[in-house]
Design a protein. Sequence first.
Lengths: 227, 750
Amino acid sequence: MSAARVGVVTFPGTLDDQDAARAVRLVGGEAVPLWHADRDLKGVDAIFLPGGFSYGDYLRCGAISRFAPVMEEIVPAARAGLPVLGTCNGFQILCEAHLLPGALTRNASLHYICRDQRVRIETAGTAWTNSYEAGQEITLPIKHGEGRYVADPETLAELEATGRVVVRYVGGNPNGSLNDIAGVSNEAGNVVGLMPHPEHAVEELVGARSTDGLGFFTSILKKLVDA
Amino acid sequence: MSTDSVKRAEATPDEQLPFAELGMKRDEYDRVRDILGRRPTSSELAIYSVMWSEHCSYKSSKVHLKQFATKAPESDALLVGMGENAGVVDIGDGWAATFKIESHNSPSYVEPHQGAATGVGGIVRDIMSMGARPIAVMDSLRLGGADQADTRRVLPGVVQGISHYGNCLGLPNIGGEVVFDPCYIGNPLVNALCVGLLRKDQIKLATAPGPGNKVVLFGAATGPDGIGGASVLASATFEEESAAKRPAVQVGDPFMEKLLIECCLELYAADVVVGIQDLGAAGVSCATTELAAKGTGGMNVDLNLVPLRDPSLSPEEILMSESQERMMAIVRPDDIAAFMAICEKWDVPATVIGEVTDTGRLVMTWNGEVIVDIPPGTAADDGPVYERPYHEPSGQAALNADTPDRLPRPSDLRATLLRLLGSPNLASKEWVTSQFDRYVRSNTVLAQPADAGMLRISEDIAGGVPTTRGIALSVDGNGRYARLDPYAGAQLALAEAYRNVAVTGARPLAVTNCLNFGSPEDPEVMWQFAEAVRGLADACRTLGVPVTGGNVSFYNQTGSTPINPTPVVGVLGVINDVSKRVPTGFTGEGLRVALLGETRPEFGGSEWAHVEHSHLGGLPPQADLEAEQALARVLVEAAARGLLEGSHDLSDGGLAIALAESCLARGVGATVTVTGDPFTELFSESAARALVAVKPEAFEALAGLCSEHEVPCSGLGVTGGSSLVVEGVLEVPVAELRETHEGTLPALFG
């Protein structure tokens, strides 16, 4: 069987695309570069929306990217079940595109914050977390200025009740997110967004000097093989 | 409104131009008249005034800086030396690194956020223009006293500016310094360093060869940024209009810079660039004169073609504008279509504004009239050179005589340790560094608070091949040491950066420097400068590390009071196998702790004298360069042989602070014994020392290596437990160390 093909999208201002592609390759997948201006998903099996400052984060984080030509392909594909993971700016884009509920606002501290953050995987039931155990605590880097997750009370209650809070901050909420939410999924569990960066925790030598983030990448490969 | 054309200048030889308002001396102006054989046009005056400014021409420093070349050590590593946008160093396996540090001091005082942000932007473009991919930044920051009101304006702004710009560019920030001292209250120092990576055969230079080749301006449009001087010109020469107040500080757009980076790398990979130059200080004036001077020698430019953000700009203002995120490339006519297609892909505006000629003249037109016609080298290279008078400051002897010997020694060393550890200069800088992305690109092996930043060499560059190599970088300075003895102070700055690179296991290779001083017109300041340059050049020769480039920042003074002379030195090193890097501090329990190097009672300019007695006097620690070199050899070889589990350099605050920081690195305590006077052993700042932690079975091999290189090696104790214990002297729980160390900056800055 050929390697699972994971598309990594580059918008103008995307920063973590090389990192995501490297993580995909590390677990044996094929990373396929996707360009924001092309309405072409190149037949990939899953999509990674990396972090960065797409379109300079002008207007509002993710607000311009959601209108990129590539998003016109990603949105219907995701609604039809294509696995999509957005981290950081990718999460912001998924919220702006209404593939995920809620919004990411300015950190409560008003400072950009970069640190290794303890988080808990709340559900192993998504396409991107099935390699973890529910309740497992891991350390992932966070690095963002606008990562404070907010949603209306009904949405929050629904997310909690239906197991769609995928990742939660533990040992201190870094940005004021409601319910300490670090990541959420859509109803089907194929679309996940999170502020932490699993792609920076895949090698002992660099980044957070841990491999705690590898599970996101092994999860999607496992999901694609099983499918 | 008439244009001051060459024709008009010839017709009106006696018209007065406001050269003095542009910072030009009468004799400098007369020289321009001699060169041109007529009065300059206002546009020509704009060019000469900025190109001959201190900032661009190094007119006061040149005669001293040449020692970096005449005393340069033999080095196989140097591929491109001083005089280009940045130096380039061979790091092996076909790879090269380019790095440089530059000041953005005054703008960061006027407008801290934009001043610091555009400082990062400028140095990153210097690195890009060498053909490299920028891969990391560092910054060396000096501010007024931590408790002074204006520091609460400047520091948060500077940190936000660097954070916003650097994070948005996707460059990991891997280290630097933050130093507080009241001498910087009106003159904060913001020195930004960038390092880039390229293949040895991909070096680009700022040159415009080949008549007929096109001159392309690309990136942001030109606006009225940083051109205070030009409006003087415009209003003096013409009646009105363009005399509107122009902002003195430039505004950065990191998103455009990120696009420029990716666009340039694609242009290089497509091989459609003959020569390239970034636009920084002096903007179009600098880029056109320098490119032309280093190329075939001539260039024609139609200034009407420069894309403007503000259509009311006069040609003088266009020439002097310091709008950010702009580059100028020389492109073969056949490659223009390919060049433009790549720019379009990245949404980077690009415009052909002229072409290379063999006339030996830089000719510019405006509305069809010739407004500039000069030999470009006269502006770029033949600026004035001054032998400024200098003499030792009148108070220097008294300062050196006032040694710390008179200061009372403390009886409670535990309290002394905690006061130092919590003092703003030694306290944790996490409040600052947590606002910078240190992870992006996933090549960061070490970042602060490690002694040096370290990056692996990733092959994601055109033509790249896998390698086990990595590079390490440290940037250091000590204004108090340099105030006491600028010759030794500059050497100590180099020694510390060199040592910081070596403790991580990397071999120091090359140097960049940022020389921050007061006014060169003050003979006492000039003496400090001359001594510092002489000291640094001598030390570079002894240590075998060439200076590859750098920057001089003069006029850092308020009224007649200059800052402490502050040479800041960056050292780049290479480690053959990056997996052998040595982490900073105590990495586990049960390790043996050893002190390498010799401790003498040296307290002049020390943190102890500063924090406990606000005292500055005597002489700084001895700069023993042979000892530094021997220590570095031990550290590099020990790392390569896998002997070291952790290490830490000794510098500000001495052994006591190094022990505390080593415990804090991973929350591992230690129990050690010092022989001799505990105060001297713990707080002296003798140079050429490092702390290492080794597995017990590796200790003998380490001791053997040390004796082979004649480096003193004393076993101090072992790691483990939850406290730092100095037997019979002090005991502090690591948790208390942490609280003291981490509480200070958040309490001051929120």
